[in-house]
Design a protein around this ligand. Sequence first.
Ligand code: SF4
Ligand code: SF4
Length: 116
Amino acid sequence: MDKLYKKIPSSTCRKGCYKCCTNIIQYTPSEFKAMGGYEYNEKCSHLKEGKCSIYENRPFVCRIYGASELFKCEDCVPERMLSEEETLELVHQYIQLKKKEESDENLRKQTSGMRK
Ligand code: SF4
Ligand code: SF4
């Protein structure tokens, strides 16, 4: 997952903005763990005093938003904008990773259920 994150250009948000943190986000099992859980109640549970309290561990979707032609944010200044093609490739890689993690997690649950 880190390798994928490194392919996303970093971006600078408008000071005090947290508009996108009021949307429900997607994450993989490893991202859920890295965030220390996730809850949504009209905003992300990690939004504290108008800031992301887990910035270094935020998931893929929070990283790519504002840094891509497909996920534009007018209040965000990315180092570089990912093209449509680059974005689709990264999203494809992310979905593959997500499927793999979810299937490994299901297998782990089934195996631990069999041991009981
Ligand atoms: S990506 Fe855009 S909407 Fe989200 S916090 Fe940054 S500036 Fe605000
Ligand atoms: S993880 Fe951070 S950046 Fe992502 S929605 Fe929550 S507060 Fe916002």
